[in-house]
Ligand binder design. Structure first.
Ligand SMILES: [Zn+2]
Length: 269
């Protein structure tokens, strides 16, 4: 009898658990079971972002900062996870990449900004990173690699050497990128969010085309991390082109924002 009661209690616990932890993780009301609460995820992101900013130089030009943050906030508001407080910053580095820590802390390298030539391309990158945040790709991946207990010790901001090491490992994991399916999902979400914000999703395609050219050229090592962590750009172009067709854009006016972008680019050294 006791056994049956405990099985019942256990079943109730599982039910309660899944009810409370089913989060929206994509467009169309897509749901996933997430074990880390949003509050913990934000704390994890905060502690990881401290580490990012101690290791990198953040660009502190108010015009550039406001521009990048403004585009990011506009996209985040239209995303499927608009309840988070997002932070968008530019890191001073030749690296051609961008990444998102858990909880909405998103970084773009100035090297990437310099390779782009319009606002729609930048919106494409930022919306892709927002897509990773919406789908909780980083917390899911970190939980796989570090385990839930270590991950929650980062959320608590424990100062032990072990937790500090875990933050470092966590950052490496995030920079390694995610599975191909996760990357394609972030591309889809990103293309959708940028279009909702009024940007021409062809901006994302233009950027992938640049990557294809750079892949063939192979003169730069600044792209190595991006290529290691993301699917081949030609595959991403083919997929996103198909997805854009499904958006049924009609005559919706969509922008590239070339002039605005040129001004900002001239401010980068
Ligand atoms: Zn990605």
């Amino acid at each position: 009898m006791l056994k049956r009661t405990s099985i019942f209690v256990f079943a109730l616990m599982i039910m309660a658990f899944s009810l409370f932890n089913c989060a929206t993780t994509g467009p169309g009301g897509k749901k996933s079971l997430i074990l880390v609460s949003t509050a913990d995820e934000v704390s994890i992101g905060q502690n990881m972002s401290k580490e990012v900013e101690s290791q990198n130089k953040v660009i502190e030009n108010p015009v550039v900062e406001n521009y990048v943050d403004g585009i990011g906030q506009k996209l985040a508001k239209l995303s499927d996870r608009s309840d988070l407080q997002y932070h968008f910053k530019v890191l001073d580095s030749k690296e051609i990449n961008a990444f998102a820590c858990p909880g909405g802390f998103i970084y773009v390298y100035s090297g990437l900004l310099k390779t782009m030539d319009n606002e729609a391309q930048l919106a494409g990158v930022m919306a892709h990173e927002i897509g990773h945040v919406v789908a909780r790709h980083s917390v899911k991946r970190l939980q796989q690699v570090l385990g839930l207990q270590v991950l929650l010790s980062i959320a608590l901001g424990e100062s032990s050497q072990l937790t500090q090491q875990a933050v470092g490992t966590g950052l490496t994991v995030i920079l390694q990128g995610y599975s191909r399916d996760n990357e394609y999902e972030a591309d889809y979400d990103g293309a959708l969010y940028m279009t909702k914000a009024g940007y021409n999703p062809q901006g994302m395609i233009q950027l992938f085309q640049k990557f294809v050219a750079m892949e063939q050229d192979r003169k730069t090592t600044a792209l190595d991390k991006l290529f290691e962590s993301h699917p081949p750009s030609a595959d991403r172009i083919a997929r996103v082109q198909e997805e854009i067709k499904s958006f049924n854009l009609g005559d919706k006016p969509l922008n590239y924002g070339q002039e605005e972008y040129r001004k900002i680019k001239s401010l980068l050294k």
